[in-house]
Design a protein around this ligand. Sequence first.
Ligand SMILES: C[S@@+](CC[C@H](N)C(=O)[O-])C[C@H]1O[C@@H](n2cnc3c(N)ncnc32)[C@H](O)[C@@H]1O
Length: 246
Amino acid sequence: MHIDWELFSSPWDEMQLKHNPFRQEQIEAIINSSGILKHEAPVVLDLGCGPGILGKLITNEKPLTQYTGIDGDPLMLTAMQHLLGRRHIHALQIDLRSPDWSRSFNNHFDSVISLTALHWLSQEHQMETYKAVYRVLKPGGTFIVGDPYKLEESKERENLEAIHSERASMLTGKTWEEFWNNFFDKYLIKQAYTDYHKEMGYQIPFEGSDDGYPLSFQIKALQDIGFTNVSILWKADLRAVYGGTK
Ligand SMILES: C[S@@+](CC[C@H](N)C(=O)[O-])C[C@H]1O[C@@H](n2cnc3c(N)ncnc32)[C@H](O)[C@@H]1O
């Protein structure tokens, strides 16, 4: 079956934008604070890379980038390989919940980045992942995450959730579920997203929280592991960018 992966790309972006109207700004904050653009040939790891949206932007700017995308989902990695074409990319099918993946990459990456992915993990597995990231970064390397975060103050959270829903309702993109149903309909694969994966023997690993976790948890987790310069770098609605340096 021939799949036109370019047709995957813009509906994907629109769907992600619907869930996160500030996605573009969040992406800019990740890339700008990661230090990636200071290198001519940065060595970059993207956790939960999906179809490689960050990889495409970075390799457009810096064609010598060595971009490694980790994702558990084989369909996502196939999309990424098609969308990024012949660049210096590595697609690794790895479940982040098992931290062993990091053992072969000691001090290897200039930057580790992640967008809208790590909230799929439990807090315990996020901690494990952060430890793994610390191991794979070169000394001085940066770890930058863009994800939803949970506001601890409930009234403020309700207000922001209402503003967020209002903003999202004005955008034309599809929801996650509609996107996948549409994608499979188009290619006459009758099973929906989850059934399709079941058939491939792949289990969707969502075990976290759509809302993410409090930023206080993120800051403490990164500091406890040994990252320095830990800070919140950007925030809009219920999305943030945070990270630190090894
Ligand atoms: C919402 S998508 C975001 C993809 C991409 N970063 C983007 O923003 O376009 C979340 C991605 O994280 C991946 N993911 C979630 N949990 C994972 C895990 N335990 N191991 C590996 N990948 C995981 C999913 O397969 C999915 O591709």
